[in-house]
Design a binder for this molecule. Sequence first.
Ligand code: NAD
Ligand code: TYD
Length: 353
Amino acid sequence: MAPEKTILVTGGAGFIGSHVVRRFVTKYPGYRIINADKLTYAGNLENLTDIEEKRNYLFEKTDIVNKQAVSDLFFKYRFDGIIHLAAESHVDRSITAPDEFVHTNIVGTVNLLNAALSLWKEDTEGKLFYHISTDEVYGSLGRVGLFTEETAYDPKSPYSASKASSDHMVRAYGHTFGLPVIISNCSNNYGPNQFPEKLIPLAINNIKNNRSIPVYGKGENIRDWLYVEDHASAIDLIFHKGKIGETYNIGGNNEWKNIDLIKLLCKIMDRKLGRQEGSSEKLIIYVKDRPGHDLRYAIDSSKLQNELGWAPIPEFAAGLEKTVDWYLSNSKWLERIISGDYEKYYDRMYSGR
Ligand code: NAD
Ligand code: TYD
Protein backbone atom coordinates (compact mmCIF):
# COMPACT_ATOMS: atom_id res chain seq x y z
CA MET A 1 0.00 0.00 0.00
CA ALA A 2 1.32 3.44 -0.91
CA PRO A 3 2.08 5.64 2.10
CA GLU A 4 -0.35 8.49 2.82
CA LYS A 5 2.61 10.85 2.94
CA THR A 6 6.37 10.51 2.70
CA ILE A 7 8.05 12.88 5.12
CA LEU A 8 11.70 13.82 5.42
CA VAL A 9 12.90 14.63 8.93
CA THR A 10 16.42 16.06 8.87
CA GLY A 11 18.52 15.78 12.03
CA GLY A 12 16.29 13.00 13.34
CA ALA A 13 19.12 11.36 15.27
CA GLY A 14 19.62 14.49 17.39
CA PHE A 15 17.90 15.54 20.59
CA ILE A 16 14.65 17.14 19.36
CA GLY A 17 14.66 15.32 16.01
CA SER A 18 14.56 11.90 17.70
CA HIS A 19 11.45 12.89 19.66
CA VAL A 20 9.82 14.18 16.47
CA VAL A 21 10.71 11.00 14.54
CA ARG A 22 9.35 8.75 17.31
CA ARG A 23 6.12 10.74 17.54
CA PHE A 24 5.47 10.66 13.78
CA VAL A 25 6.47 7.01 13.29
CA THR A 26 4.23 5.78 16.11
CA LYS A 27 1.29 8.18 15.77
CA TYR A 28 1.03 8.04 11.97
CA PRO A 29 1.61 4.45 10.82
CA GLY A 30 0.32 5.41 7.34
CA TYR A 31 3.16 7.88 6.86
CA ARG A 32 6.63 6.90 5.72
CA ILE A 33 9.24 8.75 7.76
CA ILE A 34 12.74 9.16 6.35
CA ASN A 35 15.29 10.32 8.89
CA ALA A 36 18.27 11.93 7.11
CA ASP A 37 21.16 12.72 9.40
CA LYS A 38 24.91 13.11 8.96
CA LEU A 39 25.53 11.67 12.45
CA THR A 40 27.84 14.39 13.67
CA TYR A 41 28.97 14.19 17.30
CA ALA A 42 25.36 15.26 18.20
CA GLY A 43 23.64 12.55 16.17
CA ASN A 44 22.99 9.34 18.06
CA LEU A 45 20.95 6.51 16.54
CA GLU A 46 20.74 4.93 19.99
CA ASN A 47 18.05 7.58 20.61
CA LEU A 48 15.79 5.62 18.26
CA THR A 49 16.43 1.95 19.03
CA ASP A 50 12.79 1.45 20.12
CA ILE A 51 11.40 2.37 16.68
CA GLU A 52 14.22 1.53 14.27
CA GLU A 53 12.57 -1.70 13.10
CA LYS A 54 9.17 -0.11 12.36
CA ARG A 55 8.01 -0.60 8.79
CA ASN A 56 7.26 3.07 8.19
CA TYR A 57 10.74 4.27 9.31
CA LEU A 58 13.94 4.52 7.30
CA PHE A 59 17.31 6.00 8.10
CA GLU A 60 19.52 7.62 5.45
CA LYS A 61 22.96 8.80 6.45
CA THR A 62 23.13 12.14 4.62
CA ASP A 63 25.10 15.34 4.88
CA ILE A 64 22.75 18.18 3.90
CA VAL A 65 25.75 20.26 2.86
CA ASN A 66 26.32 17.77 0.03
CA LYS A 67 24.10 19.15 -2.73
CA GLN A 68 24.20 15.99 -4.84
CA ALA A 69 23.34 13.76 -1.88
CA VAL A 70 20.35 15.96 -1.04
CA SER A 71 19.17 15.99 -4.63
CA ASP A 72 19.50 12.17 -4.87
CA LEU A 73 17.53 11.76 -1.64
CA PHE A 74 14.66 13.89 -2.98
CA PHE A 75 14.69 12.00 -6.29
CA LYS A 76 14.60 8.65 -4.46
CA TYR A 77 11.73 9.39 -2.08
CA ARG A 78 9.76 12.28 -3.68
CA PHE A 79 8.84 13.78 -0.31
CA ASP A 80 5.45 15.36 0.41
CA GLY A 81 6.72 17.16 3.47
CA ILE A 82 9.98 18.21 5.07
CA ILE A 83 10.56 18.88 8.75
CA HIS A 84 14.01 20.41 8.86
CA LEU A 85 15.84 20.14 12.17
CA ALA A 86 19.41 19.28 11.14
CA ALA A 87 21.75 21.94 12.44
CA GLU A 88 24.81 22.71 14.44
CA SER A 89 23.06 23.75 17.64
CA HIS A 90 25.49 24.65 20.41
CA VAL A 91 26.29 28.34 21.00
CA ASP A 92 29.66 27.63 22.68
CA ARG A 93 30.84 25.59 19.68
CA SER A 94 29.71 28.40 17.35
CA ILE A 95 32.03 30.74 19.24
CA THR A 96 35.09 28.50 18.93
CA ALA A 97 34.38 27.20 15.39
CA PRO A 98 31.74 29.17 13.47
CA ASP A 99 32.42 27.80 9.96
CA GLU A 100 30.47 24.56 10.37
CA PHE A 101 27.44 26.62 11.43
CA VAL A 102 27.57 28.50 8.13
CA HIS A 103 27.92 25.26 6.15
CA THR A 104 25.21 23.19 7.81
CA ASN A 105 22.75 25.81 8.99
CA ILE A 106 22.82 28.11 5.96
CA VAL A 107 24.19 26.17 2.96
CA GLY A 108 22.50 22.93 4.08
CA THR A 109 19.15 24.68 4.38
CA VAL A 110 19.51 26.24 0.93
CA ASN A 111 20.33 22.81 -0.54
CA LEU A 112 17.10 21.46 0.91
CA LEU A 113 15.10 24.46 -0.33
CA ASN A 114 16.48 24.02 -3.86
CA ALA A 115 15.71 20.32 -3.85
CA ALA A 116 12.13 20.95 -2.65
CA LEU A 117 11.65 23.66 -5.24
CA SER A 118 12.81 21.42 -8.01
CA LEU A 119 10.70 18.44 -6.83
CA TRP A 120 7.51 20.45 -6.34
CA LYS A 121 7.82 22.87 -9.27
CA GLU A 122 4.80 21.44 -11.11
CA ASP A 123 2.52 21.13 -8.11
CA THR A 124 2.81 22.41 -4.55
CA GLU A 125 -0.65 21.20 -3.46
CA GLY A 126 -0.42 19.45 -0.07
CA LYS A 127 3.34 20.00 0.14
CA LEU A 128 5.17 21.69 3.03
CA PHE A 129 8.70 22.75 3.89
CA TYR A 130 8.66 23.22 7.65
CA HIS A 131 11.78 24.85 9.09
CA ILE A 132 12.54 24.45 12.80
CA SER A 133 14.26 27.46 14.29
CA THR A 134 15.10 29.10 17.57
CA ASP A 135 14.04 32.14 19.61
CA GLU A 136 17.73 33.14 19.64
CA VAL A 137 17.26 34.80 16.22
CA TYR A 138 15.46 37.64 18.04
CA GLY A 139 18.56 38.51 20.06
CA SER A 140 18.56 39.28 23.76
CA LEU A 141 15.79 40.78 25.90
CA GLY A 142 16.23 43.15 28.83
CA ARG A 143 14.47 42.42 32.13
CA VAL A 144 10.99 42.90 30.62
CA GLY A 145 9.15 42.05 27.38
CA LEU A 146 8.64 38.92 25.31
CA PHE A 147 9.61 37.83 21.78
CA THR A 148 6.59 37.81 19.47
CA GLU A 149 6.45 36.74 15.82
CA GLU A 150 6.78 40.48 14.95
CA THR A 151 10.02 41.04 16.91
CA ALA A 152 12.81 42.20 14.58
CA TYR A 153 15.66 39.76 14.10
CA ASP A 154 18.82 40.72 16.03
CA PRO A 155 20.98 37.58 16.36
CA LYS A 156 24.08 37.97 18.48
CA SER A 157 26.03 34.68 18.33
CA PRO A 158 27.39 32.86 15.27
CA TYR A 159 24.80 30.13 16.04
CA SER A 160 21.83 32.49 16.13
CA ALA A 161 23.15 34.46 13.14
CA SER A 162 23.35 31.26 11.09
CA LYS A 163 19.82 30.24 12.14
CA ALA A 164 18.53 33.75 11.34
CA SER A 165 20.13 33.51 7.88
CA SER A 166 18.44 30.17 7.29
CA ASP A 167 15.07 31.60 8.40
CA HIS A 168 15.51 34.49 5.93
CA MET A 169 16.31 32.08 3.11
CA VAL A 170 13.25 29.96 3.90
CA ARG A 171 11.00 33.06 3.88
CA ALA A 172 12.64 34.31 0.68
CA TYR A 173 11.92 30.99 -1.09
CA GLY A 174 8.32 31.25 0.09
CA HIS A 175 7.95 34.84 -1.09
CA THR A 176 9.93 34.68 -4.33
CA PHE A 177 9.23 31.17 -5.60
CA GLY A 178 5.93 30.37 -3.89
CA LEU A 179 7.46 27.43 -2.00
CA PRO A 180 5.00 26.37 0.74
CA VAL A 181 6.96 27.15 3.90
CA ILE A 182 6.30 27.48 7.62
CA ILE A 183 8.81 28.44 10.33
CA SER A 184 8.61 27.96 14.08
CA ASN A 185 10.94 29.54 16.61
CA CYS A 186 11.21 27.74 19.92
CA SER A 187 12.74 28.51 23.30
CA ASN A 188 15.28 26.29 25.15
CA ASN A 189 14.31 22.62 25.22
CA TYR A 190 15.13 20.10 27.93
CA GLY A 191 14.36 16.42 28.41
CA PRO A 192 15.65 12.91 27.63
CA ASN A 193 18.36 12.39 24.98
CA GLN A 194 19.88 15.87 25.10
CA PHE A 195 23.62 15.88 24.44
CA PRO A 196 25.46 16.54 27.72
CA GLU A 197 27.13 19.73 26.50
CA LYS A 198 23.93 21.71 27.12
CA LEU A 199 23.25 23.13 30.58
CA ILE A 200 20.73 20.68 32.08
CA PRO A 201 22.22 17.30 31.04
CA LEU A 202 25.72 18.63 31.70
CA ALA A 203 24.72 19.59 35.23
CA ILE A 204 22.94 16.27 35.83
CA ASN A 205 25.98 14.32 34.67
CA ASN A 206 28.40 16.40 36.74
CA ILE A 207 26.29 16.23 39.89
CA LYS A 208 25.98 12.47 39.51
CA ASN A 209 29.77 12.16 39.22
CA ASN A 210 30.50 14.71 41.97
CA ARG A 211 32.13 17.06 39.51
CA SER A 212 31.80 20.85 39.59
CA ILE A 213 28.85 22.55 37.86
CA PRO A 214 30.20 25.46 35.79
CA VAL A 215 27.87 28.47 35.93
CA TYR A 216 28.77 31.17 33.42
CA GLY A 217 29.20 34.69 34.83
CA LYS A 218 26.93 35.28 37.81
CA GLY A 219 24.25 32.83 36.69
CA GLU A 220 21.87 35.77 36.13
CA ASN A 221 20.99 34.89 32.52
CA ILE A 222 17.41 33.83 31.94
CA ARG A 223 16.05 31.14 29.63
CA ASP A 224 12.46 30.01 28.94
CA TRP A 225 12.48 26.21 29.25
CA LEU A 226 10.17 23.85 27.37
CA TYR A 227 9.93 20.07 27.73
CA VAL A 228 11.10 18.47 24.46
CA GLU A 229 7.90 16.45 23.98
CA ASP A 230 5.91 19.68 24.14
CA HIS A 231 8.07 20.97 21.30
CA ALA A 232 7.39 17.77 19.36
CA SER A 233 3.63 18.15 19.94
CA ALA A 234 3.78 21.75 18.69
CA ILE A 235 5.70 20.60 15.59
CA ASP A 236 3.06 17.92 14.94
CA LEU A 237 0.25 20.47 15.25
CA ILE A 238 1.96 23.10 13.09
CA PHE A 239 2.89 20.54 10.44
CA HIS A 240 -0.75 19.46 10.13
CA LYS A 241 -2.70 22.65 10.92
CA GLY A 242 -0.29 25.56 10.46
CA LYS A 243 -0.96 28.16 7.78
CA ILE A 244 1.45 28.31 4.84
CA GLY A 245 3.75 31.33 5.00
CA GLU A 246 3.26 31.81 8.75
CA THR A 247 5.68 31.86 11.66
CA TYR A 248 4.82 30.42 15.07
CA ASN A 249 6.65 31.06 18.33
CA ILE A 250 6.82 28.12 20.73
CA GLY A 251 7.71 28.63 24.39
CA GLY A 252 7.12 27.28 27.85
CA ASN A 253 6.09 30.54 29.57
CA ASN A 254 8.65 29.28 32.04
CA GLU A 255 11.51 31.67 32.71
CA TRP A 256 14.35 30.64 34.98
CA LYS A 257 17.53 32.37 36.02
CA ASN A 258 20.34 29.86 35.40
CA ILE A 259 21.46 29.84 39.01
CA ASP A 260 17.92 29.23 40.32
CA LEU A 261 17.43 26.40 37.85
CA ILE A 262 20.73 24.79 38.88
CA LYS A 263 19.80 25.06 42.55
CA LEU A 264 16.43 23.38 41.90
CA LEU A 265 18.21 20.65 39.96
CA CYS A 266 20.66 20.18 42.84
CA LYS A 267 17.75 19.69 45.27
CA ILE A 268 16.10 17.10 43.01
CA MET A 269 19.41 15.27 42.53
CA ASP A 270 20.15 15.22 46.28
CA ARG A 271 16.77 13.59 46.86
CA LYS A 272 17.11 11.09 43.98
CA LEU A 273 20.66 10.10 44.90
CA GLY A 274 19.91 9.92 48.62
CA ARG A 275 22.49 12.59 49.37
CA GLN A 276 22.33 15.05 52.22
CA GLU A 277 20.33 18.16 51.28
CA GLY A 278 22.64 20.94 50.12
CA SER A 279 25.54 18.66 49.10
CA SER A 280 25.10 19.05 45.31
CA GLU A 281 24.90 22.87 45.59
CA LYS A 282 28.47 22.81 46.90
CA LEU A 283 29.55 21.67 43.41
CA ILE A 284 28.51 25.00 41.84
CA ILE A 285 31.43 27.08 40.60
CA TYR A 286 31.21 30.42 38.82
CA VAL A 287 33.34 30.47 35.67
CA LYS A 288 34.29 33.03 33.03
CA ASP A 289 31.22 34.24 31.17
CA ARG A 290 30.41 33.20 27.60
CA PRO A 291 31.50 36.02 25.22
CA GLY A 292 28.46 38.06 24.12
CA HIS A 293 26.21 36.01 26.43
CA ASP A 294 22.53 36.86 25.71
CA LEU A 295 20.89 38.02 28.94
CA ARG A 296 17.33 36.82 28.54
CA TYR A 297 15.07 34.89 26.15
CA ALA A 298 11.31 34.68 26.69
CA ILE A 299 8.64 33.71 24.22
CA ASP A 300 5.09 34.88 23.70
CA SER A 301 3.42 31.77 22.24
CA SER A 302 -0.14 33.15 22.32
CA LYS A 303 -0.51 32.92 18.52
CA LEU A 304 0.11 29.16 18.60
CA GLN A 305 -2.09 28.72 21.66
CA ASN A 306 -5.00 30.82 20.31
CA GLU A 307 -4.93 29.84 16.64
CA LEU A 308 -3.98 26.16 16.87
CA GLY A 309 -4.92 25.33 20.47
CA TRP A 310 -1.46 24.18 21.60
CA ALA A 311 -0.49 24.08 25.27
CA PRO A 312 2.59 22.70 27.03
CA ILE A 313 1.88 19.87 29.49
CA PRO A 314 4.26 19.22 32.39
CA GLU A 315 4.95 21.81 35.07
CA PHE A 316 8.66 22.60 35.08
CA ALA A 317 9.43 20.85 38.36
CA ALA A 318 7.63 17.71 37.11
CA GLY A 319 9.37 17.90 33.71
CA LEU A 320 12.75 18.34 35.36
CA GLU A 321 12.08 15.43 37.69
CA LYS A 322 11.13 13.23 34.71
CA THR A 323 14.32 14.33 32.97
CA VAL A 324 16.51 13.51 35.97
CA ASP A 325 14.82 10.09 36.27
CA TRP A 326 15.51 9.43 32.60
CA TYR A 327 19.23 10.28 32.86
CA LEU A 328 19.64 8.26 36.05
CA SER A 329 17.96 5.19 34.62
CA ASN A 330 19.75 5.52 31.26
CA SER A 331 23.26 5.86 32.62
CA LYS A 332 24.56 3.54 29.87
CA TRP A 333 23.33 6.04 27.23
CA LEU A 334 25.23 8.81 28.98
CA GLU A 335 28.35 6.71 29.55
CA ARG A 336 28.46 5.71 25.87
CA ILE A 337 28.35 9.37 24.90
CA ILE A 338 31.09 10.34 27.30
CA SER A 339 33.26 7.42 26.06
CA GLY A 340 32.40 8.05 22.39
CA ASP A 341 31.09 4.46 21.95
CA TYR A 342 27.72 5.66 20.62
CA GLU A 343 29.44 6.66 17.39
CA LYS A 344 30.08 2.98 16.57
CA TYR A 345 26.37 2.16 16.63
CA TYR A 346 25.74 3.13 13.00
CA ASP A 347 28.45 0.79 11.67
CA ARG A 348 27.15 -2.07 13.75
CA MET A 349 23.50 -1.60 12.83
CA TYR A 350 23.57 -0.24 9.31
CA SER A 351 26.75 -1.29 7.53
CA GLY A 352 25.87 -3.79 4.85
CA ARG A 353 22.17 -2.83 4.79
P1 NAD B 1 21.20 18.50 18.12
O1 NAD B 1 22.53 19.17 18.02
O2 NAD B 1 20.89 17.61 19.27
O3 NAD B 1 20.93 17.62 16.79
C1 NAD B 1 21.26 18.09 15.52
C2 NAD B 1 21.21 16.90 14.58
O4 NAD B 1 21.53 17.39 13.25
C3 NAD B 1 22.22 15.79 14.91
O5 NAD B 1 21.61 14.53 14.82
C4 NAD B 1 23.30 15.95 13.84
O6 NAD B 1 23.94 14.73 13.51
C5 NAD B 1 22.48 16.50 12.67
N1 NAD B 1 23.31 17.25 11.70
C6 NAD B 1 24.22 18.20 11.99
N2 NAD B 1 24.83 18.61 10.85
C7 NAD B 1 24.26 17.91 9.83
C8 NAD B 1 24.45 17.89 8.43
N3 NAD B 1 25.36 18.66 7.84
N4 NAD B 1 23.68 17.06 7.68
C9 NAD B 1 22.75 16.25 8.27
N5 NAD B 1 22.56 16.20 9.60
C10 NAD B 1 23.29 17.04 10.37
O7 NAD B 1 20.15 19.69 17.99
P2 NAD B 1 18.72 19.86 18.68
O8 NAD B 1 18.91 20.50 19.99
O9 NAD B 1 17.96 18.61 18.56
O10 NAD B 1 18.08 20.95 17.70
C11 NAD B 1 17.37 20.57 16.54
C12 NAD B 1 16.88 21.81 15.81
O11 NAD B 1 16.05 22.57 16.69
C13 NAD B 1 18.00 22.75 15.37
O12 NAD B 1 17.67 23.26 14.11
C14 NAD B 1 18.00 23.84 16.43
O13 NAD B 1 18.46 25.06 15.89
C15 NAD B 1 16.53 23.89 16.78
N6 NAD B 1 16.23 24.36 18.16
C16 NAD B 1 16.85 23.77 19.23
C17 NAD B 1 16.51 24.19 20.52
C18 NAD B 1 17.13 23.56 21.73
O14 NAD B 1 16.89 24.03 22.85
N7 NAD B 1 17.88 22.48 21.62
C19 NAD B 1 15.57 25.22 20.70
C20 NAD B 1 14.97 25.79 19.57
C21 NAD B 1 15.31 25.34 18.30
P1 TYD C 1 22.80 26.18 26.72
O1 TYD C 1 22.21 24.93 27.27
O2 TYD C 1 24.14 26.12 26.05
O3 TYD C 1 21.71 26.83 25.76
P2 TYD C 1 21.67 28.31 25.04
O4 TYD C 1 23.00 28.93 25.15
O5 TYD C 1 21.31 27.97 23.64
O6 TYD C 1 20.60 29.07 25.77
O7 TYD C 1 22.92 27.23 27.92
C1 TYD C 1 21.79 27.62 28.68
C2 TYD C 1 22.23 28.72 29.62
O8 TYD C 1 23.14 28.16 30.58
C3 TYD C 1 22.98 29.83 28.94
O9 TYD C 1 22.65 31.07 29.59
C4 TYD C 1 24.44 29.50 29.19
C5 TYD C 1 24.41 28.81 30.53
N1 TYD C 1 25.42 27.76 30.77
C6 TYD C 1 26.17 27.74 31.94
O10 TYD C 1 26.03 28.63 32.82
N2 TYD C 1 27.07 26.73 32.13
C7 TYD C 1 27.26 25.75 31.20
O11 TYD C 1 28.12 24.86 31.42
C8 TYD C 1 26.46 25.75 30.01
C9 TYD C 1 26.66 24.70 28.97
C10 TYD C 1 25.57 26.78 29.84
